[in-house]
Design a protein around this ligand. Structure first.
Ligand SMILES: [Zn+2]
Length: 376
């Protein structure tokens, strides 16, 4: 068993325009995780890191990379969340809190994935990115942090209508650009996503709809079922409807502008939550009318300069990526293994660029997975 998840009781607002989402507390907790390492003895997790790991610059890491890396999930309390990350994916959540997000792969100032297995156990994703780039990630483009952020998202209630800034506005508005991808892992009957507008609309028309509380009449709602996927380029108006359990793969950014909160009040304060209309109106793409869900092209779901995502039906062993290119793999259904690390649905591992044995092997019938890479 791998132990030790973190929980972050973040601000009850989903997001702030200036990224004020520092967790109120972040602590090690000894909850079990189903990701298992076969044939290896795993001891309890300590937050203290062995000091030899901190001297990694000087050693030859490649010979030590013998298996994929798993990370400890970081659970985020959210007013709109529930317990589905535990009931559907078997992750042991802290009791009596509504968990909306599990951050599975993250390198941000306020949250760090920590390696949970092998000789790199205890290292943060940021340490891997800054100290072991070539061995773990191969020839990816230079960036101050690992450029992707991967989460599970349990929307028991619908989330606010929101937008993230495109690159050309992000700097001016003091935020970071964010493009996203959603995979629907589970959805209640009637579950919906909101993507873009229903009809062509002008900015001032939408602005008055926001003032009058009628913005919901103008958005484009799509019914979804498990297996559907959506692309959300920065600037696309969007919301997650109630009853969706999503895998969210996104640019490493936490800038969200809340456009409309469905005329709800925050039960904690009895007041509406803060909106960021000024910033949002500068970012929203008003020509984005009736965008559709992703139509897969064979295995390929989406490829852009930020990420490539493929969905595989893993009927027989297959190389994750060529030697020299890393991949992040998420099990969707069934069970799979690489070297001695097994993955169950909702679990992730990172196949390092220099791992020699890169075969993904199905361990159960109807095993499916998402493979995430960064295009070179
Ligand atoms: Zn979003």
């Amino acid at each position: 068993m791998l132990g030790g998840h973190q929980i972050c009781r973040a601000d009850k607002n989903h997001a702030e325009p200036n990224q004020q989402r520092q967790p109120v507390f972040q602590e090690a907790a000894h909850f079990d995780c189903r990701a298992s390492v076969r044939g290896a003895k795993i001891d309890g997790v300590s937050q203290k890191r062995p000091t030899n790991l901190l001297k990694s610059k000087t050693r030859n890491l490649n010979s030590e990379i013998k298996s994929p890396l798993t990370f400890r999930p970081i659970f985020m309390e959210r007013i709109w969340g529930a317990r589905r990350i535990e009931t559907e994916f078997g992750k042991k959540l802290p009791p009596n809190v509504k968990i909306g997000e599990s951050w599975e792969v993250v390198d941000r100032p306020e949250a760090q994935s920590i390696v949970a297995n092998g000789p790199l156990k205890g290292k943060t994703l940021h340490e891997l990115w800054t100290q072991d780039r070539q061995s773990i990630f191969g020839n990816v483009a230079e960036a101050p942090r690992f450029p992707l952020l991967i989460k599970l998202l349990d929307a028991h209630e619908k989330l606010s209508l929101q937008v993230h800034p495109p690159e050309q506005f992000a700097g001016k508005l003091g935020g970071e650009p964010k493009t996203e991808f959603w995979y629907v892992a589970a959805a209640d009957p009637g579950a919906e996503l909101v993507l873009g507008f229903r009809e062509p609309i002008k900015r001032d028309q939408f602005e008055s709809a926001l003032r009058e509380g009628t913005a919901a009449d103008y958005v484009h709602k799509i019914s979804v079922k498990p297996g559907d996927a959506a692309f959300l380029p920065a600037g696309r108006l969007h919301a997650v409807g109630a009853g969706n359990l999503l895998i969210e793969i996104q640019q490493n950014s936490d800038t969200t502008y809340r456009v409309f909160d469905w005329n709800r009040t925050d039960p904690a304060t009895g007041r509406p939550r803060e909106l960021h209309i000024e910033q949002a109106l500068q970012c929203i793409d008003f020509d984005d009318v009736r965008p559709e869900l992703i139509e897969p092209k064979g295995k390929l779901l989406i490829r852009n300069k930020l990420f490539e995502i493929q969905k595989w039906n893993l009927g027989s062993p297959r190389e994750s990526t060529p030697l020299g290119q890393f991949a992040i793999v998420c099990c969707l259904t069934g069970q799979l293994a690489c070297v001695n690390v097994d993955l169950a649905p909702g679990e992730f591992f990172l196949v390092p660029a220099q791992l020699q044995d890169r075969q993904l092997k199905p361990l159960a019938a109807r095993t499916t997975l998402l493979r995430v890479t960064i295009p070179l």
